[in-house]
Design a protein around this ligand. Structure first.
Ligand code: SAH
Length: 373
């Protein structure tokens, strides 16, 4: 098969490009587009041969896209308009403009791409942006399937529930729809059921146990940790000898102020929460932290903590040796290969930021295999 010509929009640090490579699909990225200078430095550092346009998508004309003569479109449009924390501006959000432009473009292309894969946050499935997308795809003669998946479904101990849409041009002779190819199929958009049981948010209505955990949280975590189809966190850690642990320890002030909000995991765990772009700076809801001193159990460190003096409290918390996962470890948990690296001038904080915006490479790789097979 001749190599597919691929356009990667909102390319960031190249998660889609790595997924494509990992999938084994014969393909070449003929253009990547992003406006984030930091992400673009990282992309170009890892893919020096790929043509990367540092411009807004809506500034690229149909003619220019036509010249690329591409067979596949990969894209992860900005998710802020659809996240729970964002303002949920949906199609009225300025950040959705470029996406609407792509939808405007698709019917006008001289040659429509045979394959499309789109990634977005949970929440996108009920947006009007999604409704516009579906409408456009139908108009343009695509068959498509939507799934909601988390990396745990490919054995990676990280929750990152995301919406994926896979589309094929139905005039393609090999296309027969997707009928039941994709495992773990999502509840139809609009329904609120959880498909594979990894809710990222916890409800706070249940009786408080210790920390701010509810019974439901504890049960979920223990179920996740005993799910042997998922690997252990230890497989994703850097060799401790290479590591300057000091640099990653949670600072005392953060420990004292936010200890109840930390999601703590041990190397033997088979779970971690979604790493977002504020990881390493903020604590709540930005990703798990790792317990390095394992002789003390978290439960016992936290029992009666509220009765301790500040000093005792700090001693107990320091004793656990809690640290952030390093950017390399976050990259590992997001399925990036060892060949991936950051240019020297990118700070740790920037590394967490761009990783937090990216996607799980292994999961997308599987989806690409399904799409093209
Ligand atoms: N999948 C990517 C990340 C996508 S995040 C990865 O693996 O890293 C969304 C990206 O869209 C961000 O990097 C942001 O800079 C870019 N972006 C947002 N609006 C854009 C626009 N109008 N034109 C081009 N890029 C845009």
């Amino acid at each position: 098969m001749e190599a597919l010509r691929v356009v990667e929009l909102y390319s960031g640090i190249g998660g889609m490009h790595y997924a494509l490579k990992d999938s084994g699909v014969s393909a070449q990225v003929v253009a990547a587009v992003d406006i984030n200078p930091t992400a673009n430095l990282v992309y170009q550092h890892n893919f020096p041969q790929t043509v990367l346009w540092n411009k807004t998508i809506e500034g690229i004309s149909v003619e220019v896209f036509d010249k690329l003569c591409f067979d596949m479109l990969l894209m992860s449009p900005p998710c802020q308009p659809f996240t729970r924390l964002g303002l949920q501006g949906d199609v009225t959000d300025a950040r959705t403009k470029s996406f609407l432009y792509i939808l405007h473009l698709l019917p006008r292309l001289r040659k429509r791409p045979r394959f499309i894969l789109l990634e977005n946050v949970k929440g996108f499935e009920t947006s009007s942006a999604r409704a516009c997308l579906v409408e456009t795809l139908k108009e343009c003669g695509y068959v498509f399937q939507e799934v909601m998946l988390s990396p745990t479904s490919v054995g990676i101990p990280n929750s990152r529930m995301r919406y994926f849409l896979l589309a094929k041009l139905s005039t393609d002779t090999r296309t027969s729809g997707f009928s039941a190819q994709v495992p773990d199929v999502v509840p139809q958009p609009g329904s609120s059921g959880q498909s594979s049981g990894q809710p990222e948010a916890s409800s706070q209505e249940h009786p408080v146990l210790y920390k701010l955990e509810t019974l439901v949280d504890v049960q979920r975590k223990s179920a996740q940790d005993s799910n042997e189809s998922v690997r252990q966190i230890r497989d994703f850690l850097e060799p401790q000898t290479d590591l300057n642990v000091q640099q990653y320890l949670i600072p005392p002030r953060t420990l004292l102020r936010y200890c109840l909000l930390l999601d703590i995991v041990q190397p033997s765990c088979r779970r971690s929460v979604c790493f977002t772009k504020g990881y390493g700076r903020y604590v709540e809801g930005t990703g798990s932290v790792l317990q390095c001193h394992l002789e003390t159990k978290v439960q016992s460190a936290f029992t009666g903590l509220e009765l301790c003096s500040e000093e005792q409290k700090l001693q107990r918390l320091l004793n656990l040796q809690l640290r952030y996962f390093t950017p390399r470890e976050v990259a590992n948990l997001m399925g990036f290969p060892q060949s991936f690296s950051f240019p020297e001038q990118i700070s740790t904080r920037q590394q967490y930021r761009v990783l937090g915006n990216s996607l799980n490479v292994v999961l997308v790789s599987r989806l690409l295999q399904l799409l093209v097979s």
